[in-house]
Design a binder for this molecule. Sequence first.
Ligand SMILES: [Zn+2]
Length: 312
Amino acid sequence: MSVKALGITFLTDVDLGNHNAGEGGSQLADLKKYGNRPYISGQAYRRAIKEALRDQVDDPDTADCSSRYACGEIADCLICDLFGYMNTDEFDAGDDDTPPVKRTAPLRVSKLLGQYDRPKTTDMILQQDESEEADNRIGYREITQNVYHGGVMLDVEAVGRREQTDVDSDRAHDEIFQREFESEITSAERDARVETLVASVRSATNLAGQARHMADFMPDLVVGAVLPEYNQRLQNALNLDTESEELVVAQLESVLADIDAVDGEVWIGGTHNPDVIGNWEAVFERAADAGATVCDGVAECFDSVAEAATET
Ligand SMILES: [Zn+2]
């Protein structure tokens, strides 16, 4: 298979905390909520993957950019390549040596959305200010425990490549649009970047508020896939029935059938945790029947996806 896309979707039980808090110096940190359930913003999750990626690379200069400063040199910079960028400064547009002002990220990251109705509480904390007038202020942080659902998709083909956006004005609008890419890296380097990224998703734990607190973000149940075309169908695979606290197996089977129909490959792995879902055995049995490869745990699932996405 010529792999065009890679996807990972997961459920993870996360300890009591407020995983968006810690941004800014606010004394009141309410949970971000959708309805009655907490969520962790896509921005916070993306930042956590970036942090994990910085720990993965051998040369820190290849992962040095921030969203405030982006070099735009995708040949040398994993951050600009994988996460995209938008430079608001005016560049010298006609200059061939200047990278384009923006890049669409090959990596798409979801929010992490809490799945169950669980109690919330407020934690009173002493904020130790590093500044000179370090009066220890009291802060309040709303915290909760929940099972979060999230995922990522990678447009594998776009890694290290720039899409040519030149429009041929002679063409009629209804003509099929062809994606044309110009590669700035070797295929070995592309494979290395895909592997680094998958490892970063696996180990992304450094969400906001985690500097002093400990919380295990490693997925408890993960489904990964490689696809010969880009689609995000995989992200619908793990839907929970919030009443029974079981995974909706029929929906998982339908999604696996859709992926099978485009000749995609799927792996599923889990670290048994009854707080996540109540029907582990049924999920693995029926996923296997629907063509997924059942892995011995979560790490093997990530490794299998990375391996399949990089084998030629
Ligand atoms: Zn950069």
